[in-house]
Design a binder for this molecule. Structure first.
Ligand code: PLP
Length: 447
C-alpha cells in the first residue's frame, strides 16, 4: 500500500467508471422526483444522480452507476469522500460526545485545530483562529473582525469575486445571477474594484494593482477602508490567477494604509493548489485567511486565522455561534490535516495539475476555441472562446453536460459561464484521472 492508497476512501469501492443505466437511472430518478416535491426549488444540482457511496475518485449512485469525480463536491473532499482516517476520527468523536457548545464548555479538539491552523497558514507572526460552520460564515466573521480592529466600515471586494450566499457575502460576491438576483437589499459600505484577469484585461500585475489602488484611493479613500478581501485565485469567477505582482502590490498598499488584507482561501486552501495555501505560491502573507471546503474531509467546518492583535480586537461574546467548531468536525479536520501532511498531498496536487494541463495543451494545438488553460495544482481550468475570442459558454455547458452523461462529474464556472473547472480529489488514481479528462476532451471535440 503506497502512502496515497491510505488516502483512498472506501477500499471496497471499485475505482472505475461504469454506467449501468442512462442518467438518471430509475432509482435516482425516483429520489430526484421526491426532491422536486420536498426540497425548495432554489436548491438545484448539476449531476442528475442520487449518491449512495463515494471515495477515492468515484461517486456511486442508487442504480449502481460509478462516476469519475472531477469535482470533489466543489473542492471539499480533497482527501477523498470516505477517507478511512477521517471516518474513524468522526466515529470515535461521535461516540464520545457530539456537542457541548465551545462557548459553554470548551474542548481540546477545537484548540488543537486552532493551533494547527496558526502553525500552517503563511506568516511567521503570532496568530489566533476562530472556528465556524461554512465558508460564508468565516467571511462574515473576518469582516466583523477587520471592522472592529480598524474602527472603519468600508470593505473592498473585486470583480469576479465569490464569497458566499448570506446577506453580507452576497454583497461581496460579484455575479448577480443566480447568486444575488432578487435577494436584496444588500449589506452596505461594500465597494467593488477591478482586479487582475490577465487573459481578458491584458494588464501586468503592476498595472492592474495601480488601477485597483487608484479606484480604492479616489472612490473610497484609503483611511475609510477596513478590509480588502480577495480570493488568491478566484474560484467561481473562473479560476482566475492574477498577474504576477498584483497581490503583493495590493497587500503592501493595504499595510501602508492600516487596511486588513483578507485572503479568502475557502476554495484554494488545503493542498489544493500544490501548497497548503495558495498565498504561499503567490508571495503574500495575508493578515487574515478564511478557510473551509477542504478543511475537514467533508464535515462542515470553517475558520478565520490571522494576526493575533487583529483577531483579538473583538470584545468577549462578539464572535462564536452554537455549532462553530463542532467537536466531530474538529476531529475530522485533525485527521484530514494529518493526511495532507503525512501523504504530501500538496505534491500530489501538482502532479494532478500537470496531467490536466498537458492533456488540454495538446488539444489546444488543434482547437482554437481553447482560450486559456490555467490554475494552480489540482485547481485547474479551461476557458473556452468563440472565433472572435468572446466567451463561449455554450461549448463549456455542452461539453460538461456530455461528460456527465458519460459518467464523469465535470463542473463549469466563470462570470461568463465559459470555463470548465477541474477539482479532482487528491485520492484519485492517475488512470481514473486520465480517463476522466479524456472523456471531457472528447466531449469538447464533439461539441
Ligand atoms: C464556496 C466559497 C465560499 C462560501 O462557502 P460556503 O461554505 O458555501 O458558505 C466563500 N468563498 C469562496 C472563495 C468559496 O469558494
Amino acid at each position: 500500500m503506497t502512502s496515497l492508497d491510505a488516502a483512498i476512501g472506501g477500499p471496497s469501492l471499485p475505482q472505475k467508471r461504469e454506467l449501468k443505466t442512462a442518467l438518471p437511472g430509475p432509482k435516482s430518478k425516483e429520489i430526484l422526483d421526491r426532491k422536486a416535491k420536498a426540497v425548495a426549488a432554489g436548491v438545484t444540482y448539476s449531476v442528475p444522480v442520487a449518491a449512495v457511496a463515494a471515495g477515492g475518485g468515484v461517486v456511486v449512485d442508487a442504480d449502481g452507476n460509478s462516476l469519475i469525480d472531477l469535482g470533489s463536491g466543489i473542492a471539499v473532499t480533497t482527501v477523498g469522500n470516505a477517507n478511512p482516517r477521517v471516518a474513524a476520527a468522526v466515529a470515535a468523536q461521535a461516540a464520545s460526545f457530539t456537542h457541548t457548545c465551545f462557548m459553554v464548555s470548551p474542548y481540546e479538539g477545537y484548540v488543537e485545530v486552532a493551533e494547527k491552523l496558526n502553525q500552517l497558514t503563511p506568516g511567521d507572526f503570532e496568530k489566533r483562529t476562530a472556528l465556524f460552520n461554512s465558508g460564508a460564515e468565516a467571511v462574515e466573521n473576518a469582516i466583523k473582525i477587520a471592522r472592529i480592529h480598524t474602527k472603519r466600515t468600508a470593505v473592498v471586494a473585486f470583480d469576479h469575486a465569490y464569497h458566499g450566499r448570506t446577506n453580507l457575502t452576497m454583497a461581496l460576491t460579484a455575479k448577480a445571477a443566480p447568486y444575488k438576483t432578487g435577494f436584496g437589499p444588500f449589506a452596505s459600505d461594500i465597494y467593488r474594484v477591478a482586479g487582475s484577469y490577465p487573459y481578458r484585461d491584458g494588464l501586468s500585475g503592476a498595472e492592474a494593482a495601480k488601477r485597483a489602488i487608484s479606484q480604492m484611493d479616489k472612490q473610497i479613500g484609503a483611511d475609510q477602508i477596513a478590509a480588502i478581501i480577495i480570493e488568491p485565485i478566484q474560484g467561481e469567477g473562473g479560476f482566475i490567477v492574477p498577474a504576477e505582482g498584483f497581490l503583493e502590490t495590493v497587500v503592501a498598499w493595504a499595510r501602508e494604509n492600516g487596511i486588513v488584507f483578507i485572503a479568502d482561501e475557502v476554495q484554494t486552501g488545503f493542498a489544493r493548489t500544490g501548497t497548503m495555501f495558495a498565498s504561499e505560491q503567490l508571495g503574500i502573507e495575508p493578515d487574515l485567511i478564511t478557510t473551509a471546503k477542504g478543511i475537514a474531509g467533508g464535515m462542515p467546518l470553517s475558520a478565520v486565522t490571522g494576526r493575533a492583535d487583529i483577531m483579538d480586537a473583538s470584545h468577549g461574546g462578539g464572535l462564536g455561534g452554537t455549532y462553530g467548531g463542532n467537536p466531530v468536525a474538529c476531529a475530522a479536520a485533525l485527521a484530514t490535516i494529518a493526511e495532507y501532511e503525512e501523504n504530501n498531498l500538496a505534491r500530489r496536487a501538482q502532479e494532478i495539475g500537470e496531467i490536466i494541463s498537458q492533456k488540454f495543451s495538446a488539444l489546444a494545438e488543434t482547437d482554437n476555441r481553447i482560450g486559456e488553460i490555467r490554475g494552480l495544482g489540482a485547481m485547474a481550468a479551461v476557458e473556452f472562446v468563440d472565433a472572435d475570442g468572446e466567451p463561449n459558454a455554450a461549448l463549456a455547458k455542452a461539453a460538461a453536460g456530455q461528460a456527465v452523461a458519460e459518467g464523469v462529474i465535470t463542473l463549469t464556472c466563470g462570470t461568463y459561464g465559459n470555463v470548465i473547472r477541474f477539482l479532482p480529489p487528491l485520492s484519485i488514481s492517475d488512470e481514473l484521472l486520465i480517463e476522466g479528462v479524456d472523456v471531457v476532451i472528447e466531449a469538447v471535440k464533439a461539441n
